[in-house]
Design a protein around this ligand. Sequence first.
Ligand SMILES: Cc1cc2nc3c(=O)[nH]c(=O)nc-3n(C[C@H](O)[C@H](O)[C@H](O)COP(=O)(O)O)c2cc1C
Length: 160
Amino acid sequence: MSVTNEEFRAALGRFASGVTVVTTRDRAGNLHGITVSAFSSVSMNPPLVLICIEKTTGSHHAFVESGVFVVNILSADQREVSNQFAFKHENKFDGIRYRLNDLDLPVLEGCLANLDCRVVKNYEGGDHTIFVGEVLGTSIAENDPLIYWMGAYRVDSYQP
Ligand SMILES: Cc1cc2nc3c(=O)[nH]c(=O)nc-3n(C[C@H](O)[C@H](O)[C@H](O)COP(=O)(O)O)c2cc1C
């Protein structure tokens, strides 16, 4: 049994996800950020999450080198931020509001949540690498989430 790329994409596109921008810094000190929907919680004790990064992206080496990253969970009004980090750009951080955390990594402003992580394990995942990170610190805010479904952005209303 096997599926075509089209069948795989069509089925997986029906899974609604949030949108994150994952940031890190390479050995030379350059900042990197990449839009990632392949993000999941893994474990509560210890607190673990995972991200899947395509091996061919320009930022892949930075995640391997640094061993640390920040997951920035985007809010409904950060569609442009998602697009800026999803395509090759001279400087992806142009016009982006962020602060540097204790790990010297960019923490984006205006997000629903930010998670500071340390890589504890890498796994082969076909054309992606699965980075499992221990969550060292978090910050949160209340807002509507940015959602990605069927190849397009959607917004869900936040009702406390
Ligand atoms: C909504 C959305 C979700 C994405 N999710 C992922 C993902 O989970 N993993 C990944 O490697 N790339 C993902 N991408 C593609 C990357 O964001 C894109 O290839 C990357 O920013 C290229 O940057 P770079 O080559 O400069 O590092 C996603 C793109 C979009 C628009």
